[in-house]
Design a protein around this ligand. Structure first.
Ligand SMILES: [Fe+2]
Ligand SMILES: [Fe+2]
Length: 330
């Protein structure tokens, strides 16, 4: 599955390099696709693949850490590209640097890391890992979050909550501002830091939606932290049992992956429930605002029509009076 992702991203890179210099719309569409592909791919590797590698293949520790740093650099560049327009003179340059970084990273993963992992984990643990990654893909973040933690348990909490918030912002444009603030909160809550002081901007509707998204995401994060704590306990128990029974590293890895899988499902369920509430209330508030605006518009329209009719009649009357004063009847 990871190799399929690499192929899909490479196709998009080729399409980008073939696009004309001024093909801004096409370039934006291609970039949006690889931002999503790479964000999801990096998140599932960081949540499941790299922890499994570190736990079971001690020889790959240094290579794994180097790969995480490469992810970090890629996510920074992606986050900058995400906020730029293709007309910007730095856009092509950033995409070119990104492409060469990703190609190098993929070469190391496929050429060095994957073969070691395949050999060490064996087919059963590999298939468990693949299944866990397929589930994690459905809730992974769709945008890059370079400030978020990239190893467990922090990345499980932030990644899952960020995934839900990203998807809310992707589907409901008006929620974008709240989502940006919410991601900052999610990271702060997961790391037990003070939340950033940000006041929503824009219309009353935008401000209230942003506040609702922020508080909904905050509740969802607390639920995610609790679910992840439970998953971590289960995973620690599994590792202890594996050690106590003298089971092989492979069996230990299988249990850890299964526990992480269960944890990810619980976390996602808790986060989704929180997010669903937020989206519903945001939609309700949007509907209310739309109805009020419509009513306002109808009243304004009626008043304007009445005023216009009045003005026309007055103007006609004045014209008639002027005409008769001038002695030429109309
Ligand atoms: Fe990869
Ligand atoms: Fe990677």
């Amino acid at each position: 599955m990871l190799k399929d992702d690499h192929r899909a991203v490479e196709q998009l890179f080729r399409r980008y390099t073939r696009a004309g210099d001024r093909a801004f719309v096409e370039k934006r569409a291609i970039v949006d696709r690889f931002i999503e592909e790479l964000s999801v791919h990096a998140a599932i590797e960081e949540q499941l693949f790299y922890p499994a590698v570190r736990a079971t293949v001690p020889d790959a520790e240094a290579l794994g850490l180097e790969s995480l740093e490469e992810h970090h650099v890629v996510k920074w560049v992606l986050s900058e590209i995400d906020g730029m327009t293709p007309e910007d003179e730095r856009f092509d340059a950033k995409v070119t640097v990104l492409i060469s970084n990703v190609r190098h990273h993929v070469e190391v993963e496929e050429g060095e890391l994957f073969p070691i992992v395949r050999k060490e984990l064996g087919p059963r643990a590999l298939s468990d890992l693949g299944e866990a990654m397929a589930r994690a893909r459905r809730i992974a973040p769709t945008h890059p979050h370079p400030r978020a933690p990239d190893s467990p348990p922090g990345n499980l909490i932030v990644g899952t909550a960020a995934g839900v918030v990203d998807r809310m912002a992707d589907t409901l444009n008006g929620l974008a501002q709240g989502a940006v603030t919410a991601i900052g909160d999610v990271i702060a809550t997961a790391l037990r830091r003070e939340k950033p002081r940000v006041s929503p901007r824009g219309t009353r509707m935008a401000r209230s939606t942003a506040t609702q998204v922020r508080s909904g995401a905050s509740e969802a994060t607390e639920a995610a932290i609790e679910a992840t704590r439970k998953a971590k306990e289960a995973s620690d128990r599994a590792a202890r049992t594996a050690r106590a029974t003298g089971s092989s590293a492979k069996a230990g890895a299988q249990r850890t992956v299964r526990a992480a899988n269960r944890g990810a499902t619980n976390t996602a369920r808790a986060t989704k429930a929180g997010a669903k509430g937020t989206v519903t209330s945001a939609r309700r508030s949007a509907r209310r605002t739309a109805t009020t605006a419509k009513r306002g518009a109808t009243t304004t329209g009626r008043t304007a029509r009445k005023a216009a009719t009045g003005t026309t009649q007055t103007a006609r009357r004045a014209a008639r009076e002027t005409a008769s004063a001038a002695g030429s009847p109309r």
